[in-house]
Design a protein around this ligand. Structure first.
Ligand code: DX5
Ligand code: ZN
Length: 222
């Protein structure tokens, strides 16, 4: 019954890792089936929290061959494009709410050798993507207010994802949809059904007793 459901990619968010053992944590989720690694960069201005910058990205690059998916939650992302390219980032997303000259910035990210992405806060309308599609490889749909790991997914976000997926199918089928925030094994099937290609999961992976099983369940294969 219904549409065949494609397997998801899972991107563990390193924010939920044990930072005293970051190298081991990275190796562990890589061995457990992670498809890419999600790095949350916070500046204490765009979001009420601070995390880490290019130095940590470089350290992760040194121990992993997985693609590094860097999510910039900062007010002035322009200045971080080259430092993250140099630190081995594979993909770089910026918040549509934080940027005035989005075309220039997305072009700069691509020219620096990374895949450009755009992230949307929970109540930012999908119409803000209307001109963006030709210039991105992926969209990050925030399903919590950015700033912290371990929050609960905002229920209305699943229906927003379904609308985003419908638009994507019409205007830019090659663009990947990434869901970020409050993803769990319990809500993953609904997110998959609503059109997610990639699930970012911090707590759901790093706090799991069996991370391999958690990743397999998030993907829908266990
Ligand atoms: C929130 C971050 C998320 C977060 C996800 O600001 O963008 O990537 O780390 O963590 P969980 O999966 O625990 O909600
Ligand atoms: Zn994130």
């Amino acid at each position: 019954m219904g549409q065949p459901v494609k397997p998801l990619k899972v991107a563990p968010s390193l924010l939920a890792a044990d930072f005293t053992r970051l190298g081991e944590e990275v190796k562990d989720v890589e061995g457990a089936g992670a498809d890419l690694l999600h790095l949350d960069v916070m500046d204490g201005v765009f979001v009420p929290n601070l995390s880490f910058g290019p130095v940590v990205c470089q350290a992760v690059r040194n121990v992993s061959s997985l693609p590094l998916d860097v999510h910039l939650m900062v007010t002035n992302p322009e200045v971080l494009v080259e430092p993250f390219a140099a630190a081995g980032a594979s993909r770089l997303s910026v918040h549509v709410e934080a940027v005035t000259h989005l075309h220039r910035l997305l072009t700069k990210i691509g020219e620096a050798g990374m895949v450009p992405g755009v992230a949307l806060n929970p109540l930012t309308p999908l119409s803000s993507l209307e001109e963006v599609w030709p210039f991105v490889g992926f969209i990050v749909l925030m399903t919590v207010n950015p700033g912290f790991g371990g929050q609960s997914l905002i229920p209305q976000a699943t229906e927003k994802l379904a609308r985003l997926s419908e638009i994507r199918a019409r205007v830019a089928p090659h663009v990947e949809l990434v869901v970020d925030g409050g993803v769990t094994v319990a809500n993953a099937p609904a997110l998959r059904q609503a059109g997610a290609d990639t699930l970012v999961a911090g707590t759901a992976v790093f706090a799991a007793t069996d991370r391999r099983l958690a990743i397999a369940q998030l993907k829908g294969g266990a």
